[in-house]
Design a protein around this ligand. Structure first.
Ligand SMILES: NC(=O)c1ccc[n+]([C@@H]2O[C@H](COP(=O)([O-])OP(=O)(O)OC[C@H]3O[C@@H](n4cnc5c(N)ncnc54)[C@H](O)[C@@H]3O)[C@@H](O)[C@H]2O)c1
Length: 271
């Protein structure tokens, strides 16, 4: 996809971090933006921060883990714009906890947002994009954790491995269907965002069982905020995402310095 001005982008998790940076960049290119997020106040602030830079900005409160909520987002988007060119399945959450103590609620929340969120985005938008017959693109925010595994991040890695597989398979299916829709899987490493205080949006019914251990969300955010070495900004990631979409590249790694971890892992696997 090479033309952006006047075209329509939908971004989930658009109220903060990487999603907000996507919105700011794409809005600056003159796209119509549909910003979706579960955090109502932050979503409003995101819209205000973009102001007049985009062709238009609308917001939809949406829980990507809920298929009917994503379907309503698609209906609202097609009712207003009649088309979608760029779908960014970006919303994500993180729980840092050993798999030995991870609770069912932890797994359900992580799988719901990080994996089902992407699946719901594909189900609700891609058939309608194909039907429109216009060139388009799907961006899935994956992670370096789609290719690496670290203690404490097992659940996160599992969900991000799934989104990488889904991205690659989706591209194959789109090509087999003859659709002019590309796929880019963005695989950032550490980025300065609010991901590690994702608990702020955790539904009550999926909160931790009392008595389980593990670092609190705010401890983990403080630890990550203190890291300076190799950490990127959301704007860095957005710029590399855009290059990937323009070049129709499946895999993009905003911080290529971190690829050694991936190579080392595959060397271990294949040795
Ligand atoms: N920050 C990093 O180091 C990093 C690295 C690699 C990949 N990622 C990925 O980037 C994506 C964006 O995360 P971020 O780092 O910008 O974090 P962030 O917390 O700053 O932004 C995530 C956004 O998703 C929204 N969200 C959470 N649950 C939702 C739900 N159920 N429905 C709709 N929206 C929901 C949040 O309200 C928030 O606005 C995620 O998929 C994350 O896994 C982040």
């Amino acid at each position: 996809m090479e033309t952006f001005e006047g075209r329509v982008a939908v971004i989930t998790g658009a109220a903060s971090g990487i999603g907000l940076a996507y919105a700011q960049l794409l809005g600056g290119l003159g796209m119509h933006l549909v910003l979706a997020d579960i955090e109502v106040g932050a979503l409003q602030a995101a819209r205000d921060s973009i102001g007049d830079h985009a062709a238009s900005v609308s917001t939809v409160v949406c829980d990507v883990s809920d298929g009917s909520s994503v379907s309503a987002l698609a209906d609202a988007t097609f009712d207003t714009h009649h088309t979608v060119h760029l779908l960014c399945n970006n919303a994500g959450v993180s729980v840092t906890r050993s798999l030995i103590t991870a609770t069912t609620a932890d797994w359900q929340w992580m799988l719901g947002v990080n994996v089902w969120g992407v699946i719901h985005g594909i189900q609700s938008f891609v058939p309608r994009m194909i039907e429109r017959g216009e060139p388009g693109h799907v961006v899935n925010t994956c992670s370096i954790a789609s290719w690496t595994v670290m203690p404490g991040y097992g659940m996160y890695s599992a969900t991000k491995h799934a989104t990488a597989a889904i991205s690659e398979a989706l591209l194959g299916d789109l090509q087999a269907a003859g659709a002019a829709i590309g796929v880019t899987a963005v695989c950032p490493s550490l980025v300065r965002t609010r991901l590690f205080s994702a608990d702020r949006n955790r539904p009550e019914d999926l909160r931790d069982d009392p008595g389980t251990d593990g670092p609190s969300s705010s401890d983990e955010q403080d630890r990550i905020d203190a890291i300076t070495d190799g950490i990127q900004t959301p704007a860095d990631v957005a710029a590399v995402m855009l290059e990937g979409v323009r070049a129709d590249q499946l895999w993009v790694f905003p911080n290529r310095d971190r690829l050694d971890f991936v190579r080392q892992r595959f060397d271990r696997i294949l040795s």
